[in-house]
Write a protein that binds this ligand. Structure first.
Ligand code: SAM
Ligand code: DTB
Ligand code: SF4
Length: 349
């Protein structure tokens, strides 16, 4: 094995000055580093595709200043109680038929109540029977709740640190940064894969973006999935009037995440609706290799499926197939070619 193909060790001891230095690189040098690392771990033409569904919407008691679902802000959102399992499975089937391989279910809760776990675990089992990977984001989890989700076969749990420890208190006061880390530890302990990232464009400084990525990269294990969200500015939330983040700074954040956590999927997450195709393409070049596909995130719009399909084709990007795992009952079978089906014959474009 020569030096170029030897496995790169995953590091968990990044220093602040190293991460600052990466952010400060000339853009071309940063992109080169990110691409070099990316190609050691992934096929650069493959992007993992997940679909989101809000299974319980609005009236959340927390005060996250970015969030349209907090009961404290008047965003005109229509609240919905926990969905019935069959409705969730209908959405999952539709997502599977357009080529999505992971179904992510989100609830506007501070944390789930034990009495909800029966329905929640039925959702996990049902979606897995469709042959999809499962992800849930339900707020803080106690160890017994994490174990119940693991037993039902949940593949991923999403719980974001959202920002740096220093900026955190400017954004959320109803739960602490440490409580987030505790939930992440409970998820890991239960044997569920971790999906953890944050939001940029909330008025934080570069220092905070450094601090957020440093926290993620120095966790005992890197999250398998790292969503980088660009703030979706929702009228009625305290952050609705935030200034635009420099798009190159957004791309830099993705590139640094890729370099620090080379084996993780970095998800170009919320905020794509307001991005040009060219900006999204730059993030793929910087090492983003996962997206949310489908015309809604949880409560806000995501790009039209036809736009994403067209972008994948123009860039020669293939949606990633499911990893081979015996517990997946069947590989997703995309429906006959439709405008919104992501699978296409690359030889025919
Ligand atoms: N209630 C649970 C929780 O907060 O842990 C789960 C759902 S919550 C909506 C999941 C994540 O969505 C948040 O942690 C945040 O990172 C992201 N998010 C929410 N509103 C957003 C917005 N307006 N723009 C970008 N990301 C957002
Ligand atoms: C994540 O990091 N981003 C997703 C998912 N995890 C749950 C949520 C984005 C939400 C954007 C605002 C909304 O649609 O309500
Ligand atoms: Fe509630 Fe989650 Fe929104 Fe915070 S981000 S207000 S916890 S739904």
């Amino acid at each position: 094995m020569n030096q170029a193909t030897a496995p790169l060790p995953l590091r968990h001891d990044w220093s602040r000055s190293e991460v600052e230095a990466l952010f400060a690189l000339p853009f071309a040098d940063l992109m080169f580093r990110a691409q070099t690392v990316h190609r050691r771990f992934f096929d650069p033409n493959e992007v993992q595709v997940s679909t989101l569904l809000s299974i319980k919407t609005g009236t959340c008691p927390e005060d996250c200043k970015y969030c349209p679902q907090s009961v404290r802000y008047d965003t005109g959102l229509e609240a919905e109680q926990l969905m019935e399992v069959e409705r969730v499975l209908e959405s999952a089937r539709a997502a599977r038929d357009t080529g999505s391989t992971r179904f992510c279910m989100g609830a506007a809760w501070r944390s789930p109540k034990d009495r909800d776990l029966g329905v929640i675990t039925a959702m996990v089992r049902g979606v897995k029977e469709l042959g999809m990977e499962t992800c849930m984001t339900l707020g803080m989890l106690e160890p017994n709740q994490a174990r119940a989700l693991a037993e039902a076969g949940l593949d991923y749990y999403n719980h974001n640190i959202d920002t740096s420890p220093e900026f955190y208190g400017e954004v959320i006061t109803t739960r602490t940064f440490q409580q987030r880390l505790d939930t992440l530890a409970n998820v890991r302990e239960a044997g569920i894969k971790v999906c953890c990232g944050g939001i940029v464009g909330m008025g934080e400084e570069r220092n905070d973006r450094v601090g957020m990525l440093l926290t993620l990269a120095n966790l005992p294990e890197h999250p398998e999935s790292v969503p980088i969200n660009l703030l979706v500015r929702v009228e009625g939330t305290p952050l609705a009037g935030q200034d635009d983040l420099d798009p190159f700074e957004f791309v830099r954040t993705i590139a640094v995440a890729r370099i620090l956590m080379p084996a993780s999927h970095v998800r170009l997450s919320a905020g794509r609706e307001s991005m040009s195709d060219e900006l999204q393409s730059l993030t793929f070049l910087a090492g983003a290799n996962s997206i949310f596909y489908g015309e809604r995130l949880l409560t806000t719009p995501n790009p039209a499926c036809s736009r994403d399909t067209a972008l994948f084709r123009r860039l020669g990007i293939r949606p990633a197939a499911l990893p081979l795992q015996s517990e997946h009952v069947a590989a997703p079978q995309p429906a006959a070619p439709a405008d919104t089906a992501l699978f296409y014959d690359a030889a025919r474009v």
